[in-house]
Design a protein around this ligand. Structure first.
Ligand code: M6R
Length: 595
């Protein structure tokens, strides 16, 4: 994700405190490295390092930085591990230009090779540096800054926002493609940021550029132009009225709601990242040739592993054993060897149970890959290759967007294992958007109905079985009610005795399970249960159940991915109605680094 901020005035000013404060307010977007560049009398002062804002600000004495323009950046590593050299901003070859970005430039590896071959000085592995050299490439050809930036935009694939300034200039330039960016207009200054929280303490007058637009910032005005034509675009300034707290949460009341709504965007970004990843081919090859494959995780990440194993089998005929990390040690580690492959899945990349399992597997010579959201975490360092989840900072303790991207990553690998065209996945984020819009109202109504319930079941089958487990976990975490996730067909083998009149049972059904689910619905309804079905719309499901929350029609694998969204929202709204803070449920912690 990352966060970037730029500030322009017309006189020499103490910019350090402004840049540090802006970075602090963007901390929710990343925190593994921080940097600032100020432009003063034709020279650039660049200071950056690995670490959180407060630590880097003190270590590098950012507060003393002065100038008439400045850029600050907070990093959430994707390209290049967290380190001083990979921290942003970056300089061009001659140190006459500095820039920083948020988001991902997915053709970073190819671009770095091209820039080096063209004689530029490439210092880091980070894709923010590629943005700077992309501009440098066209400046070297004699183009004026605005044209150079327009052409650079065409070379940079991915989703990002970018801010850049030249030493001998009075302006900053910013452009965006698939990532957020807001421009602020103040009294005697202008500023630009990945998000509102760093702008609002300075000014409430903002301009919101769209994708494919370049903004030029002077101290007293801003100008928006189309990248394609170079022509000015009319983007009138607007006044922001929302509070700082709401702005920080993207206009939502809680981070959990914000993160649920971010899922289409992060899934889209992940698909771009995977398309460009050099690690996918070798991982797929090893998965194909392995004797046994294990998918290992805990909590939500285990549910993603379970879904991954369904994807691998259904799409590619590849058996992969999904296993909770501690059980891997007890049950499988004694039997694994160099011919086996494990994929270890973790949002944090630091979960002790997962790292213990990784250690046990590596002790037996097994090839271990990772899927992790926090690049630079132990899992990313200690595996043969680790695919990033590209979700940015997930603040809410209940995992939502990271579950989705873990599942998307597994679906992508399953496609590759099966020799299917991954371009077919490009429509999945749009389907997620449609789902969010379609289920909002019925889910709010359901939350009101279920708010006083302390016992629920959530049942699924095939690809929706892991979704039922994940939905039940979300409901437990956020509402503090008891909700048990289960294979739908197992319900008759015992739990059926718990059903009393009005007992709520949620069924999650895929497009090919209708017959089975209709039996399940009737089995519990004749005993008085109240049923809620989450599934693609179907007349038989409507006729045989009490409530149907319809999701868009899609294939069984994608349908499961969509079905988790109403469950996340149900947990969220029910928890809020019950008076709990969904972001920080009692007794829980985001990262479990203990046994
Ligand atoms: O960071 P990890 O993905 O390894 O964390 C694993 C679990 O602790 C985590 O998924 C937990 O279950 C979440 N709070 C679920 O929302």
């Amino acid at each position: 994700m990352c966060g970037v901020f730029g500030y322009v005035t017309d006189h020499d000013e103490a910019l350090g405190p402004i840049l540090v404060d802006a970075a602090r307010r963007l901390t929710y977007r990343g925190y593994d490295s921080v940097g600032a560049a100020t432009f003063r009398d034709g020279s650039i002062d660049l200071r950056k390092d690995e670490g959180k804002v407060e630590v880097v600000a003190e270590r590098q004495n950012l507060a003393e930085m002065r100038g008439s323009r400045g850029i600050a950046q907070l990093r959430w590593a994707t390209f290049g591990a967290p380190s001083q050299v990979n921290a942003q901003p970056h300089l061009d070859s001659d140190g006459r230009m500095a820039g920083a970005h948020n988001g991902n430039v997915v053709n970073n590896a190819e671009l770095r090779a091209e820039f080096a071959a063209e004689g530029m000085t490439v210092r880091s592995e980070n894709d923010g540096e590629s943005c700077v050299h992309a501009v440098e490439r066209y400046l070297r050809r004699g183009e004026p800054p605005l044209d150079a930036i327009r052409h650079a935009y065409g070379d940079l694939e991915g989703d990002y926002s970018f801010v850049i300034g030249l030493a001998d200039d009075e302006r900053l330039f910013a452009f965006k493609k698939g990532s957020g960016m807001v421009v602020g207009i103040g009294d005697g200054f202008t500023c630009v940021s990945s998000d509102l929280p760093s702008i609002l303490p300075l000014t409430r007058r903002v301009v919101r550029p769209r994708d494919g637009e370049i903004v030029t910032l002077w101290a007293d005005r801003v100008e928006v132009r189309s990248v394609e034509t170079g022509e000015p675009v009319d983007r009138p300034a607007e006044l922001v009225t929302e509070s700082m707290d709401v702005a920080q949460k993207g206009g939502f009341a809680h981070f959990m709601a914000k993160e649920i709504h971010e899922q289409p965007q992060v899934a889209r970004e992940l698909l771009h990242l995977l398309d460009a990843s050099e690690d996918v081919d070798p991982i797929v090859e090893r998965l194909r040739d392995a004797r046994n494959v294990y998918l290992v995780g805990c909590g939500t990440s285990y549910h993603a592993a379970l879904l991954g194993s369904v994807y691998f089998a259904q799409l590619a005929g590849r058996v992969a054993v999904p296993v909770l990390a501690p059980q891997f040690i007890a049950q499988y580690a004694p039997a694994v060897g160099p011919d086996d492959v494990g994929v270890f899945v973790s949002q944090s990349g630091e979960t002790k149970d997962v790292l213990n399992a990784l250690g046990a597997a590596q002790g037996r010579g097994m090839t271990c890959f990772g899927l992790a959201n926090v690049v630079g975490s132990a899992l990313t360092r200690d595996t043969a290759a680790c695919l990033p989840l590209g979700c940015g900072f997930e603040i809410s303790v209940p995992a939502t967007k990271t579950f989705t991207n873990e599942a998307v990553a597994f679906l992508y690998l399953a496609y590759r294992l099966a020799g299917l065209d991954t371009a077919r996945l490009a429509g999945v984020p749009d389907l997620m958007e449609t789902t969010i819009a379609a289920v909002d109202e019925p889910v709010r109504a359901l939350a009101s109905e279920l708010r006083d319930r302390d016992d629920l079941y959530c049942l699924g089958y095939g690809a929706t079985y892991p979704i039922a487990l994940e939905g039940a976990l979300k409901l437990k975490e956020v509402t503090y009610a008891h909700c048990e996730g289960m294979l739908s067909t197992e319900f008759k083998h015992g739990p059926l005795s718990a059903v009393t009149p009005g007992f709520p049972i949620i069924f999650v059904a895929g497009p090919t399970d209708t017959g089975l689910i209709v039996s399940g619905l009737n089995e519990v309804r004749v005993r008085g249960a109240r049923t809620i079905t989450i599934a693609p719309d179907d007349a038989r499901l409507r006729a045989n159940g009490d409530v149907l929350v319809p999701i868009p029609a899609s294939d069984p694998q994608v349908s499961a991915l969509l079905a988790v969204i109403p469950l996340q929202l149900l947990a969220y709204h029910t928890g809020v109605l019950r008076g709990f803070d969904p972001d920080f449920p009692r007794n829980l912690s985001k990262t479990l680094t203990v046994d």
